[in-house]
Design a protein around this ligand. Structure first.
Ligand SMILES: *Cc1c(COP(=O)(O)O)cnc(C)c1O
Length: 413
């Protein structure tokens, strides 16, 4: 590769990262492994092109081929999710959310998003995000006892707050979200409903999680989590909102679209229509359940007592270790996870009582139920015997062996 000669420093770190990925059990629920085709599109000459505007209405010349690419991406997104409007230009999930909120609401309007510790995302109204700075957020939480969304309670709160927009969708909620119930609640106060399916988009596409289409006025997503595409965002809606949303993405909050990423999104949407993609998502959920059972069997408490989707949230408060400590400990053995607050967490977001685990990336590597049982054992051994260096080095060895048996191979995806 050229970069090796021209920039050995950066190229060296890329090689290091490749090696890290190859010998790491990637359990970060928001990460995945893209196909070689998606990688190729992302690394293509399309990165050279300025294409402000939309297909057929650009502010630059030379767009006839990138126009075709964006049209393909939009058509495929519409087909995949069964909607009649899609915008594939958002640079990220946060950008997609920003465009919807800014085009539909006035600054200072009330919104209601899920609280961070209940599983919501920063861009759903957290005070440190644009969404909490520009809008007045009245967060809802899960039920303290069941740790599940409590639709009666949310309905009661909504009637008091009367928000302009309700945001549903989450980053660390292991159960099914009832979009129909949310729509009923939104209708009760004439509010808009936005469903952010960043995490579950892959499951939604194949019908393993109910679709928000027909219930949410606006649907936003990332393309890089369970959907297994390039890093980026996506907006879906009814045609009637298309003009406003397009204008808010460009020129409202973004400049030139990333045409190389849009090409990669088109490739990923096509991949998501293949029967193999459904098989993959089915295995993701099977693996998640199996990992959950393996951990429960070993004495770990899972938030909500299990999972219906691709992720699980472990409550570590009984193991006498914080989420931050567990994340660091597991990373030292080659297991990549992230600390996460649990509902009503007594610890702050830096320490946390929880650990979030997800199966999209290891399932892309070909791992199945047998390996989930092994991984549950590895996590448990590392945490329980953390004071014993011999045990920890044994876990490291077992992690490496497992990685060797399931090589990272983008070509096979
Ligand atoms: C990951 C995520 C996002 C944001 O994605 P970025 O691309 O990192 O901005 C938005 N919403 C939810 C629910 C997410 O989980």
């Amino acid at each position: 590769m050229k970069i090796k000669q021209t920039d050995p420093e950066v190229s060296g770190w890329i090689e290091k990262e490749e090696e890290r990925l190859a010998f790491t059990l990637e359990l970060i629920a928001s990460e995945n492994v893209v196909s070689e085709a998606v990688l190729e599109a992302t690394g293509s000459v399309l990165t050279n092109k300025y294409a402000e505007g939309y297909p057929g209405k650009r502010y630059y010349g030379g767009c006839k081929f990138v126009d075709e690419i964006e049209r393909l991406a939009v058509e495929r997104a519409k087909e995949l999710f069964k909607v009649d409007y899609a915008n594939v230009q958002p640079h990220s999930g946060t950008q997609a959310n920003m465009a919807v909120l800014l085009s539909i609401l006035k600054i200072g309007d009330r919104i209601m998003g899920m609280s961070l510790d209940s599983g919501g995302h920063l861009s759903h109204g957290a005070s440190v995000s644009f969404s909490g700075c520009l809008f007045e957020n009245h967060p809802y939480t899960v039920n303290r006892k069941t740790e599940l969304l409590d639709y009666d309670e949310i309905a009661r709160q909504v009637k008091q707050v009367k928000p302009g927009m309700i945001i549903c969708g989450a980053s660390s909620y292991p159960r099914v979200i009832d979009f129909a119930a949310f729509r009923k609640i939104a209708d009760s106060v004439n509010a808009y409903l936005m469903a952010d399916i960043a995490h579950i988009a892959g499951l939604v596409v194949v019908g393993l999680h109910p679709s928000p289409v027909g219930f949410a006025h606006f649907i936003t997503s990332t393309t890089h989590k369970t959907l297994r595409g390039p890093r980026g965002g996506l907006i879906l809606a009814g045609k009637e909102h298309g003009h406003l949303l397009n204008r808010m993405i460009f020129p409202g909050i973004q400049g030139g679209p990333l045409m190389h990423v849009i090409a990669a999104k088109a490739v990923a949407f096509k991949e998501a229509q293949r029967p193999e993609f459904r098989d993959y998502q089915v295995q993701v959920v099977k693996n998640s359940r199996c990992l959950a059972e393996g951990l429960e069997k070993r004495g770990f408490r899972l938030v909500t007592g299990g999972t219906d989707n691709h992720l699980l949230l472990v409550d570590l408060s009984h193991q006498n270790i914080t989420g931050a400590e567990a994340e660091k400990l597991l990373e030292s053995t080659g297991i990549s996870t992230n600390k996460n607050m649990i509902p009503f967490d007594p610890l702050d977001a830096i320490r946390t009582s929880g650990l979030r685990l997800g199966t999209p990336a290891i399932t892309s590597r070909g791992m199945k139920e047998g390996q989930m049982e092994t991984i549950a054992g590895l996590i448990s051994d590392a945490i329980i015997f953390r004071a014993d260096p011999a045990k920890i080095s044994d876990v490291k060895k077992r992690v490496k062996n497992l990685c060797r048996k399931f090589p990272l191979n983008s070509r096979k995806l």
